[in-house]
Write a protein that binds this ligand. Structure first.
Ligand SMILES: [Zn+2]
Length: 348
């Protein structure tokens, strides 16, 4: 069983007012948790638990017009966020600084066709795809443009047998977003460059809403493109090995926009969960020496260093086999992920 979150945009323009009021009440609960936790830390030198916060906020849900489980979830989420960072307090929530968020359990939201009912209020939604699986939990969330979505987390059945038959290694790149070990390459759209002139014009004219809409459009196209490509890959493969390259350092160089357009984080996340749903396996492989190592003989005779970046094709000096740079790297990554040597070459 795997969990999948469906997100639907709410239709009604008027529903925003209703949800904003609830989100405001949630901000109050959050800020109360923040304040009382800080007080407990200063006076008693102790971090309040979620259970303690539940008890402190009990009985206020009716006045705040929230369901009791929403109050509990806000307290639990507060503790979950605070625990790993070990700070005395988190950021205060406010209507201007924080996007609206209303968590709720499955028992408190009812879905009928293209409507969702929460706390006695009915919201209409764009049912872009049917919900498959058992609804476990849900939430309402606001985006930067002030629009509201309902998110429904469902537990669905996975495929019993692997849908794909191939073992595929994946090399993440900038020119080509993905190169598979079987030679298939997936290019990416140059979205940021495409919209750069229009974005700059909107920014110079201080058109905040226009800028937000354009960024939302870029993010949406990026996400949609990734969904289509990753689904196609997950359908072909029973084993996917993806390179463990990190975009954090690269995003700080002059290649920032290309790095964001390549969206390696989205690629990795989607491949992992799509593989599980289709009864496949997705693991991380070691990128180290994947470019310089020949995938046939294992000799490290490939192009290396800054000077070798432009070399797209090369011939192995040891065995004489011609290699396409990215495909060769993908094959080496597949080898490390499988954990089995090819032609007697030990795993890197
Ligand atoms: Zn070779």
């Amino acid at each position: 069983m795997s969990t999948l979150t469906y997100r639907y945009r709410l239709k009604d323009a008027t529903s925003g007012t209703h949800l904003r009021q609830r989100a405001g009440a949630i901000n109050d609960v959050w800020n109360y948790c923040n304040a009382v936790s800080l007080l407990a830390l200063r006076r008693a030198k102790t971090f309040l638990t979620a259970y303690a916060l539940h008890k402190l906020t009990a009985g206020t849900s009716k006045d705040l017009r929230l369901s009791a489980d929403t109050m509990q979830q806000v307290c639990t989420e507060y503790v979950t966020r605070r625990t790993p960072c070990k700070k005395s307090k988190l950021k205060w929530r406010s209507r201007t600084r924080s996007l609206g968020w209303i968590p709720c359990k499955a028992a408190y939201i009812r879905l009928h066709g293209d409507t969702v009912t929460y706390c006695g209020h009915r919201f209409r939604l764009w049912l872009s795809r049917p919900i498959a699986g058992v609804v476990k939990t849900g939430s309402f969330s606001q985006d930067a443009q002030g629009r509201w979505d309902v998110n429904v987390q469902c537990e669905g059945a996975d495929a019993a047998e692997p849908v794909g038959t191939l073992d595929l290694g994946m090399d993440l790149g900038l020119t080509y977003q993905l190169t598979c070990s079987d030679g298939v390459q997936y290019a990416r759209a140059n979205l940021t460059r495409k919209h750069a002139a229009a974005l700059a014009m909107a920014q110079r004219a201080h058109k905040k809403q226009r800028v937000k809409a354009m960024y939302a459009r870029i993010a949406h196209v990026r996400q949609d493109g990734a969904h289509q490509v990753m689904t196609a890959i997950a359908r072909r493969a029973k084993l996917i090995v993806i390179g463990d390259v990190s975009s954090t350092k690269l995003a700080k160089t002059s290649l920032t926009t290309s790095t964001y357009d390549a969206s390696w984080g989205i690629v990795r996340h989607q491949l992992h969960y799509k593989a599980i749903r289709l009864a496949g396996v997705c693991v991380d492989g070691n990128e180290k020496f994947s470019t310089v190592t020949g995938s046939d003989c294992g000799a490290r005779s490939g192009p290396s260093g800054l000077g070798g970046l432009e070399v797209r094709k090369w011939c192995c000096a040891v065995c004489g086999v011609s290699h396409e740079r990215d495909v060769n790297a993908a094959r080496n990554i597949l080898r490390t992920g499988r954990g089995t040597p090819i032609k007697g070459i030990p795993v890197l």
